[in-house]
Design a protein around this ligand. Structure first.
Ligand code: ADP
Ligand code: MG
Length: 340
């Protein structure tokens, strides 16, 4: 593959190279890349803003993360935060810092993923920043979304007897990461051995190219279901449900047998001497939505295959509990992912 040094383009040349084909689709984008700031029209709605940073060596490993996937993921995880407010993502900014290890081609590949995600979620890239780092790749994305006045959903509205719902399946990204780490160790010991990733597409896909559940947000809006509380699952279900419970001042009861776990996750968990349940509870980076709804919405929710009811909200005194398949109660503890 060709390698063009960043120096040959310079900062402005690089920004121009990365953004020359940038197209905007949102009517609210009045001014995009190229000025001191972008300008967004509001049309009388409320704006939701979230920002997240991804750091090489902490959040991703360049040994097994294709740059295109990384660009996609950097956008998707930020869009996920906007979705978790029941808002519609509209714009992102993308800031990057990289060492001289990176070429123009490498960054262009990263931006292919960025644009693929922008396209998928219908968001406009409207700016960013570009700088160098001594070591490693640092990515900071800010996502902006819009919501009809006062229709955003916080973490603090869960009420006793509300149903707890989760989208998609849980624990797959964690197992996918374990597989990639294992293959990396094998490769480092013997570089001639090719990684065996066949029949692991689902779990590998969940870690390398997660999707924000904008589809679910749109479905909820269409079906006039307003969750009482919502967040995205990024640190692991047990840690994230506790955020909703603490902020809503309630307890919860989760049924082990109701946890949505993909068959590939269960199979691979066994190989690692883990249970599917512990992956679903304590693994991170699922980027699925976790939300609560009044019981009266149950009939509507069951119509969606994308949503599982996994338990219900109790009083704070009843604490945070998991009911095992045998009917035993365990206290849920946050063992989720932490960067520190
Ligand atoms: P300033 O000096 O005002 O910070 P820059 O020279 O950093 O401006 O950026 C010029 C324009 O390019 C701005 O519109 C900025 O938002 C945009 N930009 C800079 N880096 C990136 C990037 N990595 N991706 C997308 N847009 C970028
Ligand atoms: Mg700048």
């Amino acid at each position: 593959m060709e390698r063009t040094e960043i120096e040959s383009l310079g900062e402005f040349g690089l920004i121009n190279h990365l953004t020359q084909n940038n197209e905007t689709v949102q009517a609210s984008t009045l001014l995009s890349v190229g000025d001191d700031a972008a300008v967004i029209d509001q049309f009388g709605k409320q704006t939701v803003i979230s920002t997240d940073m991804l750091v090489e060596g902490i959040h991703f490993d360049m040994m097994y993360t294709p740059l295109k996937h990384l660009g996609y993921k950097a956008v998707a995880v930020n869009v996920s935060d906007i979705c978790a407010m029941m808002a519609t993502p509209t714009h992102i900014t993308m800031s990057i810092a990289f060492s001289n290890r990176f070429s123009v081609e490498a960054l262009s590949e990263f931006y292919e993923g960025v644009y693929a995600a922008c396209n998928k979620y219908n968001v406009d890239l409207i700016g960013g920043d570009t700088t160098s780092s001594q070591k490693g790749f640092v990515i900071s994305v800010t996502a902006i979304g819009e919501v009809t006045n006062n229709q955003f959903v916080c973490r603090n509205g869960a009420k006793e007897n509300d149903l707890i719902c989760a989208t998609g399946d849980l624990g797959a990204a964690y197992i996918g990461l374990q597989i990639l780490e294992r293959e990396k160790r094998i490769f480092l010991e013997n570089p001639t051995i090719q990684p065996s990733l066949q029949e692991k597409e689902h779990v590998i896909g969940k870690i390398l190219k997660p999707e924000a559940r904008l589809d679910v947000v749109e479905w909820l809006i269409e079906n006039k279901i307003t969750p009482t509380a919502m967040m995205d699952i990024s640190d692991g279900l047990s840690s994230d449900i506790l955020h909703i419970c603490r902020q809503s001042n309630v307890g919860c009861l989760i049924y082990d047998e109701k946890l949505p776990i993909h068959s590939q996750t269960k199979e691979m968990a066994m190989e690692f001497g883990l249970s599917g349940t512990s992956c679903a509870l304590n693994g991170g980076e699922d980027y699925e939505l976790l939300f609560t709804i009044p019981q009266s919405d149950y009939d509507k929710i069951v119509l969606s295959e994308k949503i599982s009811v996994i338990g219900y909200i109790t009083t704070a005194e009843e604490s945070y509990q998991l009911i095992t398949k045998q009917g035993n109660k365990h206290k849920l503890v946050a063992q989720g992912w932490s960067a520190f």
